[in-house]
Design a protein around this ligand. Structure first.
Ligand code: GUN
Ligand code: FE
Length: 462
């Protein structure tokens, strides 16, 4: 038996279609070279063991399930430092008061090493197997971020932040320096030939980027075939600022279009104030939106309408937006996406002034099943990784979480009540669970976290 071939038998939950939670019960899953080689039933076990020369198939215990690893499509890596604080002011002031100083402090490379290890470990522990990260302005700390992700085994898309105007004097770059450093960053990341890590072009947002910078960055994205990420139509302060700066364009989407930023590898965060025409435009380009519900409650001014956006053909993933979002957890993001949708319904009822809930109000509501799809398949689509991750299917890479619902969660132990089935236990995990319920975390078929140990790092340290 090849050392990198192994198999599990048990229940695998995933969402092959929006809103459809499928339980593959008593399934036998064979993983070879990081990918799912076979997906069989218990009746296939003996044949699969022979075919792959397996001496054992590991059986999951009662209350244990696999779920695809979570995909966070919007995280600011250096902002993890102040997650959970700085919650008192609106976006444009928040950036000046908390964000830019915190990001600038990553010039201290020893601190960057330490903090980025804490960040990546925290996200892995919370089940984020893939993250789309913003780094900071300066080149070197971004290289440390990439090294840290490589060492700890996470899958990621990472960008060096670019900003060449309307920024503090000590946290800004000259346009040509920014383009040069972005190219250096791409070469460094692609040069690693690590199939888990891809570079990303990252103009922070329209107010801090000149058209010259954005156009130069768009050329780099095209030359190197990279992802692009930025913020779009996030809140009134930002949108009004862009209208003043670019009165010739009707919307953020129109500015980004002109700069060559809307591609099928672009993820735009927030989009709470996108018009239907903007959404259709983004959809026509294959551009995705990262829905960051918790951050939108703090820094946004409106609700992102997930079902409406999907109905217009937009790709939608889910993001924590740490630290605008105050929880570094995609379980939290899923819950917040559900709450956001219910707030939208309540808002429409309030505006109606009546007590009749119409089908129109109801159609924005999502459940934990849609939220899980957003956190897995939606994210994979946004990052153009749908053929690699997001569900359990033959040929996909094995990015997965081994969940144990018999362990403690935020609501105390997961007490089992008579008649409770595995669907109910799984729903409890999505709604109440946390890192304590994640026994093992797999990326590309490698266990990167088991109990308290980060396995790839532990192997290097040995
Ligand atoms: N817009 C520009 N920069 C940021 C940021 O760091 N966080 C959020 N939420 N919005 C932004
Ligand atoms: Fe953000």
């Amino acid at each position: 038996m090849a050392a990198d071939t192994f198999a599990f038998r048990g229940t695998f939950f995933h969402t092959p279609a929006y809103g459809q939670l499928e339980a593959l019960r008593d399934a036998v899953v064979v993983i070879q070279d990081g990918k799912i080689a076979r997906l069989g039933t218990s009746g296939d076990e003996a044949a699969l063991m022979r075919e792959f020369g397996l001496s054992e198939v590991r059986r999951l215990k009662e209350g244990q399930y696999f779920v695809p690893g979570f995909i966070d499509t919007h995280v600011h890596a250096p902002q993890y430092k102040f997650t959970g604080t700085g919650t008192d002011i609106a976006l444009m002031d928040w950036l000046k008061k908390y964000t830019f100083p915190a990001e600038g402090s990553f010039r201290d490379l020893d601190a960057a090493h330490h903090r980025y290890a804490l960040l990546v470990k925290r996200f892995l522990a919370n089940g984020t197997t893939t993250a789309m990260y913003y780094g900071s302005l300066h080149l070197e700390p971004n290289l440390i971020l990439v090294d840290t992700i490589e060492r700890l085994g996470q899958r990621a898309v990472v960008g060096k932040v670019n900003m060449d105007r309307h920024s503090p004097d000590d946290y800004v770059e000259a346009t040509s320096d920014g383009i040069r450093d972005a190219e250096e960053f791409i070469k460094y990341t692609q040069g690693k030939k690590c199939t888990r890590i891809e570079p990303c072009i990252t103009p922070r947002f329209i107010p801090t980027c000149t058209p010259e910078l954005m156009k130069g960055l768009a050329s780099l994205a095209q030359k190197y075939g990279t992802h692009i990420q930025s913020h779009i139509s996030e809140c009134c302060g930002e949108v009004n600022c862009v209208r003043e700066m670019h009165p010739e364009y009707a919307s953020d989407a129109a500015v980004f279009e002109e700069m060559g930023m809307l591609t099928s590898k672009t993820v735009m965060a927030h989009g709470t104030l996108l018009s239907d025409d903007d959404i259709k435009h983004l959809a026509s380009r294959g551009t995705a939106v990262s829905h960051c519900p918790l951050s939108n409650f703090f820094l946004g001014d409106a609700f992102f309408k997930v079902n409406h956006a999907l109905s217009l053909g937009l790709k939608v993933g889910l993001g924590t937006d740490v630290a605008g979002g105050i929880q570094p957890s995609m379980l939290s993001a899923q819950r917040m996406a559900v709450v956001n949708s219910r707030c939208l319904r309540a808002h429409k009822l309030a505006v109606s002034g009546g007590t009749i809930v119409t089908p129109e109000m109801e159609k924005d509501v999502i459940t934990f099943k849609e939220a899980l799809w957003l956190a897995t398949v939606g994210g994979a689509q946004a990052l153009n990784m749908e053929d690699r991750v997001g569900t359990f299917a033959v040929g996909k890479e094995f990015d997965a979480l081994l969940v144990d619902t018999s362990l403690g969660g935020t609501a105390g132990p997961f007490d089992v009540f008579e008649g409770e089935d595995d669907l109910q236990r799984f729903e409890k995990f999505i709604n109440l669970g946390d890192d304590r319920n994640l026994l093992e975390v797999y990326v590309q078929g490698k266990c990167v976290k088991r109990g308290d140990s980060f396995e790839l790092e532990a192997a290097i340290l040995k």
